[in-house]
Design a protein around this ligand. Structure first.
Ligand code: PMP
Ligand code: GLN
Length: 390
């Protein structure tokens, strides 16, 4: 029998699914896959139910329902001062995952180079390769996760088509500084490239930090595809409603890819997200404040247990170094051990690297009820005490 596609045949199941399944099997608290354990805002869900009932349920417009495209444009103006024409510059997708895929396959020609930063979200690399792109990987290393500027500059060439930038960054909670963004923008412009900006955690920023879309930097407006996700902004990860904002000439090929990937996204969910994006500033502030409190709770608890934890500036996640705990084994061994023996699941950070990555860091998600985080810390404390005696 002939082999199926080599790229996908050689891949394992995503680490998020693997760890979630292991967590279910062992009745573990799942601090692995990033999803909140609340059910999202009541009013947004109620709107989805109403719109399901009293609005059309046939194929909505391929680019997305006008209400949501308009709301995405208004949101960009309100939070970032960006002027966006919803008719020609906004497209709705089935989650940011589809937006990323459509953007990559809509932009890349075989042989184009694409600059990616490790640690990286798991869908980037296979899709770059599927499109025939040549990945140029640049590593950020723990615990500080600083941008290695010389290496990044060296990764760009005349063949560079695009860079993918994820800020706030999964899995390490890094928020790129204004200075780092300016450095990246300069490279993009000098090499006549594009930037695919994965900004799904744009509203999950802590300590008074402000999200800066790369698109807002001088002369970057027409070079960026800005991607957002209602899953993160409304704690509704199962809805899979995403959106891409870009200049018309850049969005058009991406829309051509989208029309053959999913074509549309459930119309009631799109309309409910349009309502959500119009919520008052207090909603967005509270979302970040509540998560910041959870970050603090988990970070303090992990540090007390002996983990090395760099402060997460945004996202749902902290990365924690277990090398001082006396555990022998790598990050995958550690994640399996804490899932099976302690009843707490996490994600090995090496899964976000191609080849050998750092081997003593794990990612914990803190988007959970306080009582769940406290219970997870108690379980980890008992586990650590046990193996330290052995
Ligand atoms: N990018 C990053 C960095 C993510 O963490 C996620 C997680 N869901 C996505 C994209 C995908 O978002 P969505 O669920 O909207 O497809
Ligand atoms: N973004 C989520 C995470 O990093 C998972 C997304 C997925 O399961 N594909 O945990």
């Amino acid at each position: 029998m002939k082999r199926a596609n080599d790229i996908f045949s050689s891949l394992g199941t995503t680490v998020f699914t693997v760890m979630s399944q292991l967590a279910v099997e062992h009745k573990a608290i799942n601090l692995g896959q990033g999803f909140p354990d609340s059910n999202g805002p009541n009013d947004v869900r109620a709107k989805a139910a109403i719109f399901l009932d009293d609005q059309p349920n046939q194929y909505p417009a391929m680019m997305g329902v006008p209400e949501l495209r308009d709301a995405v444009a208004a949101h960009a103006k309100r939070f970032y001062g960006l002027d966006v024409d919803w008719r020609t510059e906004v497209m709705v997708t089935s989650g940011a995952t589809e937006a990323l895929t459509a953007s990559l396959i809509g932009l890349i020609n075989p042989g184009d180079e694409v600059v990616l930063m490790e640690p990286l979200f798991d869908s980037y690399l296979p899709i770059v390769r599927l499109a025939g792109g040549i990945p140029k990987l640049v590593r950020l290393t723990p615990p500080a996760w600083e941008l290695p500027r010389a290496e990044l500059a060296a990764a760009f060439s005349a063949k560079t088509k695009a860079i993918v930038i994820n800020s706030p960054m999964n899995p390490n909670g890094k928020v790129f500084s204004a200075d780092e963004l300016a450095f990246i923008a300069d490279l993009v412009k000098r090499h006549d490239a594009y930037a695919i900006c994965d900004e799904v955690y744009e509203h999950l920023i802590f300590d008074g930090g402000k999200h800066i879309p790369l698109m807002c930097l001088p002369d970057m407006r027409d070079r960026c595809l800005r991607i957002g996700s209602a899953g993160k902004t409304f704690s509704l990860t199962g809805w899979k409603v995403g959106y891409v904002t870009a200049a018309p000439a850049l969005l058009q090929p991406v829309a051509k890819a989208h029309q053959f990937l999913t074509f549309t996204t459930p119309p009631n969910l799109q309309r409910a997200v349009a309502y959500g994006l119009g919520k008052d500033d207090a909603y967005f502030r509270t979302l970040a404040d509540e998560l910041e409190h959870k970050r603090d709770l988990l970070t303090a608890g992990l540090r007390k247990l002996g983990f090395g934890v760099a402060t997460s500036q945004g996202t749902y996640f902290v990365s924690a170094d277990f090398s001082k705990l006396g555990f022998s084994g790598d990050d995958m061994d550690f994640c399996r051990a804490i899932t099976v023996e302690a009843g707490v699941a996490a994600i090995p950070i090496s899964a976000f690297f191609e080849g050998d990555g750092p081997s003593t860091f794990v990612r914990f998600a803190f988007c959970k009820q306080d009582s769940v985080l406290t219970e997870a810390l108690d379980r980890l404390a008992r586990f650590i005490a046990k193996f330290q005696i052995r």
